[in-house]
Design a protein around this ligand. Structure first.
Ligand code: ADP
Ligand code: MG
Length: 598
């Protein structure tokens, strides 16, 4: 064949091959874009392991209407201008390849509105060809749907692994990013069912509990340390959680390392972590670890590979030492403390105060995913398929016709501090936070009601008005119907004044305009995809009994009884705990009864 320059679409497909290896790579790139755009909520919906459809919504800054086309053009980026910038990269993306690559091998739809603009844009691309582009009204942020990945590259399609394997990879990506960005709330749905949710509380431990399960987390230690890079006069900072030596496994898949917020695959670092356990853990075993490592951007080169999962350090040894020392110090400190009996109050409490029941929601994800570490999309052995049993552990939504009991039968003993209910069960003592527990109960009930009747019961009001600013007025107009389905009927009353016709019937106390205001505040900050659920949570929270209210025994009994049947009784919808359980064993130990007969 004579030499010819390849046609554009062929080049795009070849380039796409480097970035988009499988559905999980799409999820990774789109999450990175959402994070780069400053999103606080990232919602990942996948269907059939992402092969049929991937949709990622974020509430980041969005894309300007006149830049939408550029965004899907190869080597077009807002994050890098000149080669020198490569040394100081603070964003996750910079190569300007992801969107164009994904668009080259899928049917891509992008709906976005920049937060400074009033009108959004929708664009559809099929195998790089733009099908249409039009203005649309949508909330600020970006929603990208990727349908039928690899529809035009049959060779790639053939190499996709089973749906479960692909799904596991995606779970791995989402959970890793949730740990690296604990202040961002991630939600992952598979085939419409919620699979993972991070609380977005900003606390790494909250996410680690969700990902590894509470039982494992209880066997982990917090680590933190710094190492000076002498020639730069700067520090490498390491912090995170590692397991006590007794918690270990045969592979390295639970050693998760982030460099400057980027999940990386680096066998040297993984080795450094395992090395720190030298003599404390059997050969061939590996710990659990989640380590966040921060270093000056010019000390690390992230531009090694298109997936950016590999990095190079100016001085590998310094990084290695920083990691090993930090982990070693914590492990040895723990081992010594253990030998001398006791590891401080915090530790004892963590062990004794635990959540009841084996199927606590925190454990739902700890299903031995056997995932490859993030970014290793190479030739690794195919992870074991997920069993029926594991699939069955996917959380069920609230509002099922008959919820099974999720807590043992509890006997109410009393109330303390006008905030907590003390109860007793077969396995010890329970301290229940009346506000979060009630929020959980009400949310479960409201969700079920809305599912059954399509709307929440409302309470009509007379002559209550609401003055809003033009932004909020527009927001109300946009969500009029949804608000109505939640029992909030607002009627335009000229200008930016609204009449409050009704509020949710569940709001029995409080000033209606103030309650509606609060709800609108929630509407403003809710994520694109999650709006109505976020509002439902907010309605429940506003209606729930507050701390400071003295309850009579019947009220407490009623609340506890309902909590016993909630699908997620241990946390409120925002992930805050509803109760603390102190086991009978722990009580016995605390009182030195462990070895006594009476
Ligand atoms: P890169 O992330 O390397 O810049 P991409 O192809 O992933 O390249 O994205 C191209 C550009 O599109 C980005 O630089 C950014 O300006 C814009 N973009 C992509 N996704 C989003 C998003 N979710 N929110 C806001 N802007 C986005
Ligand atoms: Mg990108």
């Amino acid at each position: 064949m004579p030499i010819q320059i390849l046609a554009d679409d062929v080049v795009s497909q070849i380039a796409a091959g480097e970035v988009v290896e499988r559905p999980a790579s799409v999820v990774k790139e789109l999450i990175e874009n959402a994070l780069d755009a400053g999103a606080k909520n990232i919602h990942v919906d996948i269907w059939q392991g992402g092969q049929k459809r991937i949709r990622i919504s974020d509430d980041g800054e969005g894309i300007h209407a006149d830049e939408v086309r550029l965004a899907i053009t190869r080597h077009a980026t807002s994050k890098l201008r000149q080669a020198e910038d490569l040394q100081s990269i603070r964003t996750l993306g910079f190569r300007g390849e992801a969107l164009s690559s994904i668009a080259a091998v899928s049917r891509l739809a992008l709906v976005t509105r920049h937060r400074d603009e009033t009108i959004g844009t929708e664009i559809r691309v099929e195998g790089s060809a733009i099908i249409h582009q039009k203005p649309v009204g949508n909330p600020a942020g970006t929603v990208i749907s990727v349908d039928n990945l690899f529809f035009n590259t049959p060779a790639r399609l053939k190499f996709l692994k089973s749906e479960n394997t692909e799904k596991r990879q995606i779970v791995s990506i989402v959970t890793h990013y949730a740990m690296a960005y604990p202040h961002v709330r991630f939600v992952l749905l598979h085939d419409g069912r919620e699979f993972f949710r991070s609380p977005g509380s900003g606390q790494l431990e909250d996410v680690v509990v969700k990902v590894f399960g509470l039982e494992n987390f209880k066997q982990m230690l917090e680590v933190g340390g710094t190492e000076r890079i002498h020639e730069l006069g700067d520090d490498i900072v390491v912090h995170g959680f590692v397991s006590q030596p007794k918690l270990n496994r045969k592979d390295r898949t639970r050693i998760i390392v982030f460099i400057n917020g980027r999940a990386v695959q680096d066998s040297g670092l993984t080795y450094a972590v395992t090395q720190a356990y030298h003599t404390l853990m059997d050969k061939g075993r590996h710990p659990y670890a989640v380590l966040m490592i921060h270093m000056p951007t010019d000390f690390v080169d992230v531009n090694v590979h298109p997936t950016k999962a590999e990095v190079r350090f100016q001085d590998t040894n310094v990084v290695f030492t920083a990691v090993q020392r930090t982990v070693r110090r914590a492990i040895v400190g723990f081992a010594q403390a253990e030998r001398h009996g006791g590891y401080g109050v915090g530790q004892v409490e963590r062990e004794g105060w635990s959540l009841p029941y084996n199927d606590a929601p925190q454990r739902q994800l700890d299903m031995d995913l056997e995932v490859e570490p993030l970014g290793t999309f190479g030739d690794q052995p195919d992870p074991a398929e997920m069993s029926e049993d594991e699939l069955a552990r996917i959380p069920e939504g609230a509002g099922r016709p008959e919820n099974p009991r999720t807590l043992p039968l509890l006997r109410v003993v009393g109330q303390i501090g006008a905030a907590y209910i003390v109860a007793e069960g077969p396995a010890g003592m329970y301290l229940i936070d009346q506000h979060t527990a009630h929020t959980r109960v009400l949310y479960t009930e409201l969700k079920a009601l809305r599912a059954q009747q399509g709307r929440l019961p409302h309470r009509e009001l007379q002559s209550q008005t609401l003055e809003v600013n033009p932004d909020v007025a527009q927001l109300i107009e946009q969500h009029l119907e949804m608000l109505q389905s939640l029992g909030v009927i607002l009627e335009a009353f000229g200008g930016t004044t609204f009449l409050i016709r009704s509020i949710p019937a569940i709001w029995q106390v409080g000033d209606p305009p103030a309650l509606v205001w609060s709800l609108l505040g929630c509407l403003q900050s809710a994520s694109v995809d999650d709006v109505s659920d976020a509002l439902l949570v907010h309605i429940a929270r506003l209606a729930a009994v507050k701390a400071g209210k003295i309850l009579d025994v019947d009220e407490m009994r009623g609340l506890v009884r309902k909590l016993e049947y909630c699908p997620d009784p241990l946390i409120d919808p925002d992930g805050k705990p509803t109760l603390i359980h102190m086991s009978a064993d722990h009580l016995a130990r605390e009182f030195g009864r462990a070895n006594r007969t009476s």
